[in-house]
Design a protein around this ligand. Structure first.
Ligand code: FAD
Ligand code: SF4
Length: 475
């Protein structure tokens, strides 16, 4: 039974959904959290203080109406909650699963000060999952249809966010992606233990039911020219992500057994989902001593994928200390529980090998120095501290740099110096519409505009770019 007092946070402590035991979950590519039961969801939602100035809402990149839908869940009103949550977010069930809540909404919750933040992410996931199970679909009956059509390149969170706003405003989006399924990195990047693929296939049915058209296995610039899209559509949105892998720049990266993170993760997805064209494409860590280099979300996903593939050992080396890791703290906890061994303050200087094959990673010890302009402490090398971490396989997860298409220049799509697409976030700044590029008919958002970041920030930019497109089309 739900408690009726307003101080429930003092009587009921924060409790997320149950986690499957590490020994079981490390054998399977399946989500590690059990779903909330209705009573758990309403009791946890009821812990919200309904602050007058909800910091969680400000910190959430899409500014979800968090206290409002928490209240609806505490009252058991899922149908209103799901409508409200879709007013600000295109993929709430995805964000509830993969946002680094400890750095975003939950990190800003007033109760974080000693009582434990409200489990905002788990409730957000619960709302949409439950509503879908109850047969909920977006209501499109009030949409006033126009004759405008927009081509969206990329079915990742940015492209999907854009298509969602366009279709709700009566503009027909046609979404192109080179991959065989929608989701971008949600499908071909983030592993199933964080986000099961059925979540995206279910969402695809919803989008198609709304009238969004997907043309998959279609690469723009190869299968269809960009000129064709400019000729056939009223505007074009680019949500193509960032796909240049960052290298360490040290000797030995070319040795056999050294892999970039994303091809490794994608080969695992393709293997699990049956998209593999040839079994030789599968990169397996079974029985290997694996060293993962990096400390972000991608590194954690490599660690935990290697464990599930049956690696003999997995060591994650990061050049700063644990407090300075860029990824979600929860993911580090999960990785550690599953058997990943972390070595902090170790900077790789060389991948060493014999007869062309990797045998280890030479690292030096670092200590934390003065904070840089962003407040992050730099790592200073300790003289004479070299050691070798033994390895049969090394996964390099240093992040991504922009990967602008070679044809952008032919269409006056301007870039910043670092390769990000120049698309102004400010509506009408310098005479441009929100997220319009230097080609008036072309808009862009997500990782390719902001640099590699988060699912929720890509959704936000896709949605805002759609507003810019609607203004441009005078819809
Ligand atoms: P993408 O998701 O990269 O989508 C771009 C799409 O464009 C792709 O489907 C691509 O195939 C398509 N495309 C590109 N060029 C063409 C072309 N010429 N023709 C047709 N299609 C094209 N963020 C989180 O918030 N939480 C996490 O836990 C998290 N974990 C991550 C784990 C990994 C391994 C990685 C790599 C990233 C992770 N991220 C996470 C970051 C997040 O996934 C990205 O920030 C987000 O997906 C960016 O969205 P996007 O739409 O801009 O690009
Ligand atoms: Fe929190 Fe992300 Fe949901 Fe916003 S979208 S409320 S940051 S989990």
């Amino acid at each position: 039974e739900r408690l009726s007092n307003d101080f429930q946070f003092m009587e009921v402590s924060r409790k997320g959904p149950e986690k499957i035991a590490a020994g079981v979950r490390k054998q399977q590519f399946a989500e590690i959290y059990e779903p909330f039961r209705p009573k758990e969801a309403s009791t946890q939602a009821h812990r919200c203080l309904e602050c007058g100035n909800p910091y969680c809402e400000w910190k959430c990149p899409v500014h979800n109406f968090i206290p409002n839908w928490l209240k609806l869940v505490s009252e058991g009103n899922i149908m209103e909650a799901v409508e409200l949550s879709h007013q600000t977010n295109t993929l709430p069930e995805v964000c509830g699963r993969v946002c680094p809540q400890d750095r975003l909404c939950e990190g800003a919750c007033t109760l974080n000060d000693g009582f434990g933040a409200v489990t905002i992410g788990s409730v957000e996931k619960y709302i949409t999952d439950t509503a879908f199970a109850m047969g909920w679909k977006p209501d499109m009956s009030n949409v006033v249809w126009t004759d405008k059509r927009v081509a969206v390149i990329g079915a990742g969170p940015a492209g999907l966010g854009c298509a969602d706003i366009l279709i709700r405003n009566g503009v027909k989006p046609v979404v192109f992606d080179r991959y065989p399924e929608i989701g971008g990195l949600l499908t071909f990047g983030i592993p199933e233990f964080k986000l099961e693929k059925s979540v995206m296939t279910r969402r695809r049915q919803i989008f198609e039911g709304m009238g969004i058209e997907f043309r998959l296995n279609t690469e723009i610039g190869k299968d269809i020219t960009f000129q064709q899209l400019l000729d056939d559509y009223d505007a074009v949105f680019l949500g193509m992500g960032t796909y240049t892998y960052m290298k360490g720049g040290f000797p030995g990266e070319e040795l056999e057994g050294v892999y970039d993170a994303l091809p490794f993760l994608i080969s695992n997805v393709n293997h699990c989902l049956g998209y593999e064209k040839d079994p030789s494409e599968f990169i397996s860590m079974q029985g290997k001593k694996v060293v993962v280099l990096g400390g972000g979300d991608t590194a954690m996903d490599c660690n935990r994928t290697s464990i599930r593939q049956g690696a003999a050992s997995v060591t994650c080396a990061y050049r700063r200390d644990e407090a300075n890791m860029p990824g979600s703290k929860n993911e580090v906890v999960n990785a550690r529980e599953e058997g990943v061994n972390f070595v902090f303050n170790r900077q790789p200087v060389e991948v060493v090998g014999e007869q062309g094959k990797v045998t280890g990673v030479k690292v030096v010890t670092t200590r934390m120095g003065a904070p840089d302009a962003n407040g992050r402490q730099s790592a200073e090398v300790v003289e004479g501290s070299e050691e070798i971490l033994p390895a049969d396989a090394v996964l390099i997860a240093f992040g991504f740099r922009p990967s602008p298409a070679p044809w952008f220049a032919d269409f006056n799509i301007g870039l910043h110096q670092d390769g990000r697409v120049d698309a102004s976030a400010q509506p009408k700044a310098a005479g441009r519409f929100a997220f319009q590029t230097t080609n008036a008919k072309v808009f862009a958002g997500g990782d390719m505009v902001r640099g590699s970041d988060l699912v929720v920030t890509a959704i936000d930019e896709g949605r805002k770019a759609a507003e810019g497109i609607l203004d441009f089309l005078e819809v």
